[in-house]
Design a protein around this ligand. Structure first.
Ligand code: PLZ
Length: 443
C-alpha cells in the first residue's frame, strides 16, 4: 500500500516519463492520446505513483473505473486466487460459477425487483451494442433514439449513438443507420432556462420521435441517467422518468447506459434509482470490476430470453478473472457502504466548488451527484460562452501539481471529478487545495 500522500519528486512529467512518452510516440498510434503523460508504476487507494517517484492524487479513477480504490486489496486477492485456479475456458464452451454469481449480483442490484437476466462482455461499448441487438430482436423494430451530448462508445454502432464528432467520429463514417438524435434536457443551456426544461425537452422528444421516426418503428431509447463524456449533464428533474414512462406506453424499450454512472458512483447503486426509473435494459462496465475489463447487459427476463441460444456471446465475455474482480468489488461496495461514501464525497466537494465559483467568476454551473461531479467553465457568466482553453489550462496546472484531473463535455469546457471512493477526506481536501491553486494560477 502506497502512503496516501502527494509527493512531487521531479517536475511533472518527470524525465523517465518523458523518455517513455518519446518511445510511445514511436511505437503507439498517434490516434491513441494520453491526457497526462505520466507513466504509472504503482497505484493504491487514491494515489498513483509514477516512474519518477512522483505520487499523484487521483481524481479520475481511470475514468470512473477504480471506484473501490486503486489496487483494492479484496480485488487483488480475488484476482490472484482466480488466476492461480484458471484464467479462461470461454463461458460459451465450458462454463464456471463466477459468471453466474456476477449475473445473480446484477439481478439483485440493478433497479427493479422483476425477473432479470444478464450477459457479460468486455467493454462498455460492447454492452451497448448488445443492448441494441437485443432491443431490435425483441421488438422487431429498428430505430434507436439517442440524445444530444450522449456518449456510448467508439465501435461503429456506438459511434453512431455518440453525439460528439471530434475526436470520436471525425472521418470515421459511414455510421450505422437507424439512429436518431433528440435534444437532452440540459438545464444550464436550455434556451428558455432551467424551469420548464424537463417539460419542454420531453415535448420536443415525443414530437420528434413521432414525426421523424414513428413510435412503431422505434426499438429503443438509450439514455445515460447522468451523461458522462458529454459533460456530466444531469437531466432536468423528471425528464428521465417522463421518457421511460412514454417508452413503456409505446412498447419501446428504455435502455439506461450506466457504464459511467453505475456502481455507487452517484450515491446510489445506479443513477436510474434517483429518477425513480426501472429500465428495461441496463448497461454496466467500468466500476463493476475495480479495474479489470468487464461489462454487462442486464434486462427483463422476457426480453433477454427472447434471443435464440448462441445469439449473444464472445470469446472473453465474462472472463473468470474479471468476474472474480467484480465479485470482490461488489462485496467491497456493500461492506464499506460506498454509496454512502459517494454522498459524503459530494458533501465535501460541493462547498469547496461553490467557494471556487464565487471567487473566480468563471464557473457557470456546478452539477452532478455523489462522486460524479463537475464544473462548467465559461468566459462570460451571462452569455455562458464555453471556455475550453481555461479548462485545458486548469487541467494542466493540476497535473503539474500532482493532481490527476479530467475534462469532458461537448464544448471541452467541463472539469469533472471522479475520485476513488476509498480516498480519505484528507486526501480529497488536499486535492481540492491543489485545484484552488491551479485556478488561481490559470484564471
Ligand atoms: N457508455 C456512458 O461513459 C466510456 C470513454 C473514454 P468502453 N466512457 C469513457 C474514451 O475516450 O474512450 C463509456 C461511457 C458510457 C459507454 C462507454 C463505452 O465504454 O468500455 O470505453 O467501451
Amino acid at each position: 500500500m502506497l502512503e496516501q500522500k502527494r509527493v512531487l519528486a521531479t517536475s511533472i512529467p518527470g524525465p523517465k516519463s518523458q523518455a517513455l512518452q518519446q518511445r510511445k510516440t514511436a511505437a503507439v498510434s498517434a490516434g491513441v492520446g494520453t491526457g497526462l503523460p505520466v507513466y504509472v508504476e504503482q497505484a493504491s487507494g487514491g494515489i498513483l505513483r509514477d516512474v519518477d517517484g512522483n505520487q499523484l492524487i487521483d481524481f479520475g479513477s481511470g475514468i470512473a473505473v477504480t471506484t473501490v480504490g486503486n489496487g483494492n486489496p479484496r480485488v487483488v486477492e480475488a484476482v490472484q486466487k482466480q488466476i492461480a485456479d484458471f484464467t479462461h475456458t470461454c463461458f460459451m464452451v465450458t462454463p464456471y460459477e463466477e459468471y453466474v454469481l456476477v449475473a445473480e449480483a446484477l439481478a439483485e442490484l440493478t433497479p427493479g425487483d422483476h425477473e432479470k437476466r444478464s450477459a457479460l462482455f468486455n467493454s462498455g461499448s460492447e454492452a451497448v451494442e448488445n443492448a441494441v441487438k437485443v432491443a431490435r430482436h425483441f421488438t422487431g423494430r429498428q430505430a434507436v433514439v439517442a440524445f444530444d451530448h450522449a456518449y456510448h462508445g467508439r465501435t461503429n454502432l456506438t459511434m453512431a449513438l455518440t453525439a460528439k464528432s471530434m475526436p470520436y467520429k471525425h472521418r470515421f463514417g459511414p455510421f450505422a443507420s437507424e439512429v436518431y438524435r433528440v435534444p437532452m434536457a440540459y438545464p444550464y443551456r436550455w434556451p428558455t432556462g432551467p424551469e420548464a426544461c424537463a417539460e419542454e425537452a420531453f415535448e420536443t422528444f415525443t414530437s420528434m420521435v413521432h414525426a421523424q421516426v414513428g413510435e412503431s418503428n422505434t426499438a429503443a431509447v438509450i439514455l445515460e441517467p447522468i451523461q458522462g463524456e458529454g459533460g456530466f449533464i444531469v437531466p432536468a428533474p423528471g425528464f428521465v422518468k417522463m421518457v421511460a414512462d412514454w417508452c413503456r406506453d409505446n412498447e419501446i424499450l428504455f435502455i439506461a447506459d450506466e457504464v459511467q454512472s453505475g456502481f455507487c458512483r452517484t450515491g446510489d447503486w445506479f443513477a436510474s434509482e434517483h429518477e425513480g426509473v426501472v429500465p428495461d435494459l441496463v448497461t454496466t462496465a467500468k466500476g463493476i470490476a475495480g479495474g479489470m475489463p468487464l461489462a454487462a447487459l442486464t434486462g427483463r427476463a422476457d426480453v433477454m430470453d427472447a434471443i435464440h441460444t448462441g445469439g449473444l456471446g464472445g470469446t472473453y465475455g465474462g472472463n473468470p478473472v474479471a468476474c472474480a474482480a467484480a465479485l470482490a468489488s461488489i462485496e467491497t461496495m456493500k461492506a464499506d457502504d460506498l454509496c454512502g461514501r459517494a454522498r459524503e464525497v459530494e458533501a465535501l466537494f460541493r462547498p469547496r466548488l461553490e467557494a471556487l465559483a464565487s471567487k473566480h467568476g468563471v464557473i457557470g454551473d456546478i452539477r452532478g451527484r455523489g462522486a460524479m461531479l463537475a464544473i462548467e467553465l465559461v468566459s462570460d457568466l451571462e452569455r455562458k460562452t464555453p471556455d475550453a482553453d481555461l479548462a485545458g489550462r486548469v487541467n494542466k496546472a493540476c497535473h503539474e501539481r500532482g493532481l490527476v484531473t479530467l475534462t469532458c463535455g461537448t464544448f471541452g469546457n467541463v472539469f469533472r471529478f471522479l475520485p476513488p471512493l476509498s480516498s480519505s477526506d484528507e486526501l480529497l481536501s488536499e486535492g481540492l487545495d491543489v485545484l484552488e491553486e491551479a485556478f488561481a494560477a490559470s484564471v
